[in-house]
Design a binder for this molecule. Structure first.
Ligand code: SAM
Length: 274
């Protein structure tokens, strides 16, 4: 049956002529079991709302709907809309498709408070959205969890511990008021066409925001510190007013480098400057 539950995704793609576009960063996952495992990462979805970015031919969308979620999905490739419209019909009232660029959509208004966000996106769009979702002074955020596919190397940067080679701005942004972990590695052969590198799904859940800290100050201090990550803090933080005095007051040796500071050190530094 066209668009029916048993139709393999490969056939959905062939029927709609959805050969993957490189410009749109399209690497589709066709394995229903793998898609079901990804859809299980946010936890039970029965009756919950999921905001999905980049549904493409709808494989992951389908897995989320099968798990009982209501899905709001934004896709910028018009070619995918007929395949997604079939899903909309099959799951009447449970799926809403928005045509557009996820970077320009008012996701909070579209998905509503408390939605789980799930996305398998091109790397640059994914990182830009991640930073947007992690940023801002409002906390807890409007979303309940993030389940996002990245290149393995980017996923490692998100969850990296101090002192490790991947530790940097992205690690602090993801960890200073969230818990972040790699939930699953996904081999390149799972995608059509296969990307050059291994991917990984990151799962991020908000935690309590430390008191007395402004998010924009955390961002400013980490940007300065990691902008010159090989330099000592007394050099890299020279341009941030009050930072050297704050290091002194906190007993942080200004000869250290950014990569040796824990996430809680950046929070303490930002608190002193907030
Ligand atoms: N979710 C599908 C899957 O897992 O097989 C498709 C994943 S594919 C890596 C990325 C999808 O994101 C593509 O369908 C692409 O058209 C879409 N996309 C790329 N940039 C986008 C953007 N800025 N806004 C919305 N969708 C975008």
């Amino acid at each position: 049956m066209s668009g029916g539950p048993a139709e393999p995704l490969r056939e959905v793609i062939a029927r709609h002529g959805l050969h993957a576009s490189k410009a749109l960063g399209q690497n589709f996952i066709l394995d229903r079991q793998l898609l079901a495992r990804i859809a299980a990462i946010p936890g039970p979805l029965e009756g919950r709302t999921v905001y999905e970015v980049g549904p493409g031919p709808g494989g992951l969308t389908r897995a989320l709907l099968d798990a009982g979620a209501n899905v709001v999905a934004v896709e910028r490739d018009r070619r995918c809309l007929p395949a997604l419209a079939e899903l909309e019909e099959a799951f009447a009232g449970k799926l809403k498709i928005i045509e557009g660029d996820a970077l320009a959509v008012d996701d909070r208004a579209e998905a509503g408070e408390g939605a789980d966000i799930v996305a398998n996106l091109p790397y640059n769009v994914g990182t830009a959205l991640l930073l947007r979702w992690l940023g801002g002074q409002d906390w807890p955020p409007w979303w309940r969890s993030l389940t996002l596919m990245f290149q393995r190397e980017v996923a490692e940067r998100i969850v990296a511990a101090p002192g490790s080679e991947h530790y940097g701005r992205l690690s602090v942004a993801a960890q200073w008021r969230c818990r972040a972990r790699i939930a699953m590695n996904v081999h390149r052969s799972a995608f059509v066409p296969p990307p050059k590198v291994t991917s990984a799904v990151v799962h991020i859940v908000p935690e309590k925001m430390p008191e007395g800290v402004r998010a924009e100050v955390v961002e400013k201090v980490t940007a300065a510190a990691f902008g010159q990550r090989r330099k000592m803090l007394r050099q890299s933080l020279k341009g941030v007013p009050g930072a050297l005095e704050a290091l002194d007051a906190l007993g942080i040796d200004p000869q250290r480098r950014a990569e040796s500071l824990g996430v809680e050190d950046f929070v303490a530094l930002a608190r002193a400057l907030s």
